[in-house]
Design a protein around this ligand. Structure first.
Ligand SMILES: C[S@@+](CC[C@H](N)C(=O)[O-])C[C@H]1O[C@@H](n2cnc3c(N)ncnc32)[C@H](O)[C@@H]1O
Length: 405
C-alpha cells in the first residue's frame, strides 16, 4: 500500500473508527477517484491534513468509504419483537408521553422508517406517540433519509397491505408517506466522537445500532456499546444487529455484562439463573484459583471469552465445555462454544453447539427476553441461524459426513 493510502486509512480509522482492511483498499482507491477525479493521492492527503480544508475533505472521504447497505424491515424478527405498548408504558413511567427511539447509523433511512411503520401498526394510528431520532456520520446518507425515496430492492421486505399503506409509488421508486416522515427527526452523529445521548437529546426508550459495529475494532466497539447503554432511559432496550452482537460477544465480554442501572422492563416472570450480571472479565486465568472459582460457571464463561478473543480456541473450548457441565442451561456459553469450535476448525462440533443453543433458547417465553447486557434471545437465535447457514454453505452436510466415513 502506498504511504498516501496508508495515511488516509489511518485518518478514516481515527475519525470514524472504521477499519479499512487490506481487501478494501481497492474500494478506497475507487472512493478517491469518485470524490476527486484526477487529483493525486498525495494532494488529497495534504488537503485532509490542512486545518482549513481538512474537515470537509475527511467528511467527504468518510461519506465515500462508508457502506450504506440497508433495507426495510431488515432482520425482521428483531423489529417485530419490539413491544411498542410496553415501551410506551415504560416511557410514561419516567414522565415522557412519547416513546423516544434512536436509530443510530441509520444509513439511507430504511431502518427508522421501518420503525415508524411498525409503531403506526402497533398503535393503529399514523400519529403514534413515538419520536424517532435517525443519525448517521454520512451527510449523503442523511440527505437520502430526508428524501425518503427508495428502489424496489430496498422495500421488497414490505408486503401488501403495508406497502400501499405506507409507501407511495412514484415512477419506479417508492416514497414514504408524510406521516412516517413526520415521526423521524434527522441529525448527524459520529458514534466514535460525539456524545451519548447526542447533544440536546434526552435518554431513549429504544436504541437500534445495527450493522455498523462490525466495521469497528474491538476497543471502539466496546466504547460505542458503553455509550449506547448510557443513552438508554431507565429500563430502555438496546438492539444490536446480529453481526454486531457477534462482535460484542467475541470482543467485549466486559461491556456485554456491565450491570445496568435498572432492571429491564419485562412482563415475563424472572427466570433464575438465566439473567446474568457477571463479574468483570477475566482474560488471563488467575494463578490462585479458588474452589469457588472452579465451580462458578460465570468465571469459566468469562475466561472462555477471553481465550477466544486471545485466539486460543482450544482453551476456549475446554473452558466453555466446563461452563455447560456446571450450568447446562447457559445459552450464551453454548453459543460461544460454537464460535470456539469454529475457530478451532471443528465445523461439525460448531454446528452441534449452535443447534444446542437453539434448543435451549426455544424454552424461553419470548424472543425479546434479555440474556445478558444488550443481547436478547432473538439476536442469539438469528446469530445461530446465520452461523449454521454460513457453515452449511461452507461444507454441505452430506460432503462432511462422507468425508468422515
Ligand atoms: C451498513 S449501514 C447500516 C444501516 C442500518 N443500521 C441497517 O442495519 O440497515 C452502516 C452505516 O453506518 C454508518 N457509520 C459508519 N461509521 C459511523 C460512525 N462512526 N458513526 C455513525 N455512523 C457511522 C455508515 O455511514 C452507514 O450508513
Amino acid at each position: 500500500m502506498s504511504d498516501q493510502l496508508d495515511a488516509l486509512t489511518r485518518l478514516v480509522r481515527k475519525v470514524a473508527g472504521l477499519r479499512l482492511e487490506e481487501s478494501r483498499h481497492h474500494a478506497l482507491r475507487a472512493a478517491l477517484a469518485r470524490a476527486w477525479p484526477g487529483v493525486p493521492h498525495a494532494e488529497v492527503v495534504r488537503r485532509a491534513l490542512d486545518p482549513i480544508t481538512g474537515p470537509g475533505t475527511v467528511a467527504r472521504l468518510i461519506d465515500e468509504v462508508t457502506i450504506k447497505e440497508t433495507s426495510f424491515l431488515r432482520d425482521r424478527r428483531q423489529l417485530v419483537s419490539i413491544d411498542w405498548h410496553e415501551l410506551h408504558a415504560g416511557a410514561k413511567a419516567h414522565g415522557s408521553s412519547v416513546v423516544r427511539v434512536w436509530s443510530a447509523a441509520c444509513a439511507t433511512g430504511a431502518e427508522p422508517y421501518s420503525l415508524a411503520l411498525l409503531a403506526c401498526e402497533a398503535f393503529t394510528s399514523t400519529t403514534p406517540p413515538v419520536r424517532i431520532l435517525a443519525t448517521d456520520i454520512s451527510s449523503s446518507a442523511l440527505a437520502a433519509t430526508a428524501a425518503g425515496r427508495y428502489r424496489e430492492r430496498s422495500v421488497q421486505g414490505v408486503a401488501e397491505p403495508l406497502r400501499s399503506r405506507y409507501l407511495k409509488r412514484v415512477g419506479d421508486s417508492f416514497v414514504v408517506i408524510p406521516a412516517l416522515r413526520d415521526l423521524v427527526v434527522l441529525a448527524p452523529h459520529n458514534l466514535v466522537s460525539d456524545g451519548y445521548p447526542p447533544t440536546g437529546e434526552a435518554p431513549f426508550d429504544l436504541i437500534l445500532c445495527r450493522n455498523v459495529l462490525i466495521y469497528f475494532d474491538s476497543e471502539t466497539c466496546g466504547r460505542v456499546v458503553a455509550g449506547l447503554e448510557r443513552a438508554l432511559a431507565p429500563g430502555g432496550r438496546l438492539v444490536l444487529g446480529v453481526a454486531d452482537a457477534l462482535c460484542v460477544l467475541e470482543r467485549a465480554a466486559g461491556e456485554l455484562d456491565r450491570p445496568r442501572a435498572t432492571a429491564p422492563r419485562s412482563t415475563a416472570p424472572p427466570r433464575v439463573p438465566r439473567s446474568r450480571s457477571l463479574p468483570p472479565p477475566i482474560v488471563v486465568p488467575p494463578p490462585n484459583e479458588t474452589h469457588e472459582d472452579l465451580m462458578n460457571p460465570d468465571a469459566h464463561y468469562l475466561r472462555g471469552l477471553g481465550e477466544l478473543e486471545a485466539g486460543d480456541a482450544m482453551a476456549a473450548v475446554s473452558s466453555l465445555r466446563r461452563v455447560l457441565y456446571l450450568d447446562p442451561e447457559f445459552e450464551l456459553a453454548a453459543f460461544a462454544l460454537g464460535r470456539a469450535h469454529e475457530k478451532a476448525g471443528n465445523t461439525q462440533a460448531a454446528r452441534r453447539s449452535y443447534a444446542q443453543t437453539l434448543r435451549m433458547l426455544s424454552a424461553r417465553p419470548g424472543p425479546g427476553e434479555r440474556l445478558a447486557g444488550p443481547i436478547d434471545a432473538a439476536t442469539v437465535i438469528d446469530a445461530c441461524e446465520a452461523r449454521l447457514a454460513a457453515l452449511a454453505a461452507l461444507v454441505p452436510l452430506s460432503v462432511e459426513k462422507a468425508a468422515r466415513r
